[in-house]
Design a protein around this ligand. Structure first.
Ligand SMILES: *Cc1c(COP(=O)(O)O)cnc(C)c1O
Length: 357
């Protein structure tokens, strides 16, 4: 069988050991003789998974004591609404760095005054704005740390005079984060943390309960903190695989170790893009993401795009088509993607250059 290299943007590659253990649990969950998806979520064996998963999140990201980790359905897109419902009293500020960031902003505008303090749409979201001031008269400031579609990333934990809320769907667990700088971090699991179907929330507990609106039970984050994410039936399969994924992260040395691996992968690929006469990167260099690497054919080579796509496919590259709003190519090199996968893509780019010279 030809080796394939998966660069899908999400859902995406997950560690093989997590997939293998999920297969096993689907057949027989923890020696119960019952499938993972048939057990009651009120059994002690399931409690073990929930507890282990929560504990791993706290350990891997060094989450302070006054935070809680919650697992819900709905995806990051539902997270946009959770943010506004639970934190927006009068006014909120957003950094508009892409389609997801913009959608988060739009969701809040339905519940109060929400606006973008800066926006990089003028250059098709190819950079992270720098010259902006965070207002002090807002309930929170919302950022999207990694802009999956455009390959830009806010790599540092910014100092923020108001509660800072971050959608980290596509760079969570890829690098160390100082959780204490955030009021809440949330995201869909399906890019680095597990399969689709579960959304994680890391919440500073004492910042909840400050809004006066009525919050429907299911949309109130306090409901889920109080019930340990089991107010209603949790997405057991997704949480199980997420737990296995976190175990894998821990086994290779935690987030700090994986960060070094990710930096190396990203450097390998960006170096090739910068060297190779066939391609150019789309994101500004100081905004480049280490998770999603976007590039297009170099000026004058545009008509070779389909040919490179076919060539890459023949070499086993999967999922490198860029998002329709950017075009070209995007290689998503999340945690489970290996240096070897990246090197295979680089070799493919080099071979293509030789072929076309
Ligand atoms: C994928 C993605 C989303 C949307 O996630 P869903 O779970 O599909 O709602 C939101 N924000 C970012 C940064 C993403 O990458």
């Amino acid at each position: 069988m030809k080796k394939i290299h998966v660069f899908n943007a999400g859902p995406c590659l997950l560690p093989q050991v997590a997939i293998d253990n999920a297969i096993e649990a689907l057949k027989d969950f923890k020696g119960t003789g019952i499938s993972l998806i048939s057990i009651s979520h009120r059994t002690p064996q399931w409690d073990e998974v929930m507890n282990e998963c929560r504990a791993l999140w706290k350990e891997l990201l060094h989450i302070p004591e006054d935070y809680e980790v919650v697992f819900l359905g709905g995806g990051a897109s539902m997270g946009f609404l959770y943010v506004a419902m639970n934190f927006l009293e009068k006014k909120a500020a957003y950094l508009d760095t892409g389609v997801w960031a913009h959608k988060a902003l739009k969701e809040a505008q339905g519940l109060g005054e929400a606006y973008a303090v800066a926006c990089s749409k003028d250059k098709n979201y190819t950079y992270i704005p720098k010259d902006y001031e965070i207002p002090t008269d807002v309930d929170y400031f919302h950022i999207t740390t990694n802009n999956t579609i455009y390959g830009t990333e806010i790599k540092e934990d910014i100092d923020c005079p108001v509660p800072l809320i971050a959608d980290m769907s596509s760079d969570i667990l890829s690098r160390p984060v100082d959780v204490s700088k955030y009021a809440m971090i949330y995201g869909g699991a399906q890019k680095n943390a597990g399969p689709a179907g579960v959304t994680f929330f890391i919440i500073k507990k004492d910042l909840l309960g400050k809004v006066t609106r009525y919050i429907p039970t299911m949309l109130d984050l306090r409901t889920h903190i109080d019930k340990d994410s089991m107010f209603n039936t949790p997405p057991v399969f997704s949480i199980f695989v997420m737990n296995e994924t976190l175990k894998w992260v821990k086994s290779i040395g935690g987030v700090e170790a994986i960060h070094a691996i990710n930096e190396k992968k990203a450097k390998t690929l960006y170096d090739e893009i910068d060297r190779n006469s066939m391609f150019i990167g789309t994101a500004e260099k100081d905004s480049r993401s280490i998770m999603n690497v976007c590039f297009v054919m170099a000026p004058g080579k545009e008509d070779l795009q389909d040919e490179f796509m076919a060539f890459a496919k023949s070499k086993g590259m999967v999922g490198i088509k860029g998002h329709r709003s950017v075009g070209g190519f995007r290689a998503s090199i999340y945690n489970a993607c290996s240096q070897e996968d990246v090197e295979a893509l680089v070799a493919c780019m080099q071979e293509f250059e030789q072929l076309k010279k």
